[in-house]
Design a protein. Structure first.
Length: 199
């Protein structure tokens, strides 16, 4: 998996900077030392990405031997994630013979948020429907997809890339959080997505 750069106004930190805009610049002055939880999540994302790419017949190197936080639980969680995404692809095929599936897709939502970009774990496009799926490995906080700012940032970025090509009408955003037995989906019309960045 390629190392990722992070935007000042990233999708993953959108809940923080939407509620406290000055925090974005304040956080620039501090070194991001990460945490064990973040490192574990990064490993889980790498493994999930590999499993999805392999299932879809895309080239991918197995990262397992290089994962510091690998465990049987992570193996099970990421297998469940890959299976869930494949189910969503099959559901999309019910209305579209050849849905577009993108793994770890960089999306740019700088039209709405200055220098805003992020990486969506999975994007599926089929006949008027955009699906955005985000894997959360965290066990602590239950994450809801409903009006989730991170997911709306990803959706806006994906719409910016693909709406003119695929004439998208509806957007479905899903949080897949296996360690909390949480699959949360929020569906909305394209016109209903927004990011409120007023201070």
């Amino acid at each position: 998996m390629v190392a990722k750069t992070h935007a000042i106004l990233s999708a993953s930190s959108s809940d923080r900077w939407l509620h406290c805009p000055p925090s974005a610049r304040l956080c620039e002055t501090y070194e991001d030392k990460g945490s064990d939880y973040a490192a574990e999540g990064t490993d889980a994302h790498a493994l999930g990405e590999h499993k999805l790419k392999t299932a879809l017949g895309l080239p991918s190197e197995d990262p397992t031997d290089s994962l510091k936080w690998y465990s049987e639980e992570m193996e099970d969680c990421t297998s469940g994630y890959a299976e869930y995404v494949l189910e969503q692809i099959e559901a999309a095929k019910a209305t579209c013979a050849d849905p577009v599936v993108l793994i770890e897709q960089r999306v740019d939502f700088s039209h709405w948020v200055e220098q805003g970009f992020g990486t969506a774990d999975c994007v599926i496009i089929a006949d008027g429907m955009l699906r955005v799926i985000d894997y959360k490995h965290g066990l602590g906080v239950l994450v809801s997809a409903e009006e989730n700012p991170q997911m709306q940032c990803y959706a806006l970025g994906a719409l910016e890339l693909f709406d003119d090509i695929y004439d998208i009408e509806q957007v479905s955003m899903t949080i897949y959080q296996p360690r909390r037995q949480n699959v949360s989906t929020y569906e909305i019309s394209k016109s209903g997505i927004s990011i409120n960045i007023e201070a």
